[in-house]
Design a protein around this ligand. Sequence first.
Ligand SMILES: [Mn+2]
Length: 334
Amino acid sequence: MELNDKLKLAFQKISLADTILLVSHTSPDPDALASVGAMYELCSILGIKITTYTEKKIDSIYSFIPHEEKISSNKPTSLADFSVILILDCGSMFRTGLEQELKTILASQGLAKITRPYIIEFDHHESQDAFADLEIRLPEKASTTEIVYDFLKANDFNINKNIAECILIGLMADTGNFLHANSSFDALAASSQMLLKGASLLKISSRLRGVSSLPSLKVWGKVFEKIKFKQDTGLISSALMKKDLDELLTIEERVKVADIFGDIVSFMSYLSDVKIALLLREDDGRVKGSLRTNYDEVDVSLIAKNFGGGGHKRAAGFSVEGHLEETEDGWKVV
Ligand SMILES: [Mn+2]
């Protein structure tokens, strides 16, 4: 099916729904919350009864996102009763936090006379497991809110100020305020349209800055202090051990800085001659790695896949069991 037909089918399914479940990924980032926020606005205009879910949402840090306060971390009791389940920005079924529940729904389809929810997915991550009835997966898009923009445009739906803010928030967050390599012509064109619809670039960029709290500045400082750069391979790396984080942050502060690592590793990749940037950190018995590149010849998602992770060509991550040890020229997971 052509993309435009898919976008129209999605609108048809949603506008005919009595009830909808809007889901985004666990530990939601601004693009996740903003894509739910935009679809919340649309569904409420259409008069649909809305339920929302994101696992492990931290309340209030992204309260500038329209409808953020309506996004719940409480699991919906039964998925079977929804007309439509719309999954946004998740990458895989696992990241919905509803893997078992979704598998149960999908398994019920063989049983005659049972109508189950129609599952739609909007996502810009690379495919990991296809399961939706209608999958709109566009890895070339800078953010999931950019897909929401395409969806609204294809269906001639009027974009109001709330929706415009949500779309621009996702775009700015996932492009690092238009600094990352995914800041495409389309992403910028959509963004300028959102400005015309009343979204405020200045307000959003100041709200999105990951460096706006003292604990996060301390983390940036520690990462930079420990940077290693190999000129011959173009690999820049740094690592945060458990003891680094214990020394720097209280437990409450640690929750607040949970999503700054992507910004830090992107910044590391801007050093001249860097081909790959890698930031490692110990977290709860695991080592998490974030990878970035601005080089066309490098695909960091392949490196992440080697460690059981995934992501995009230019931004990827992984998580493995173990802890970190510093070696003479790098880091080792043991
Ligand atoms: Mn995203």
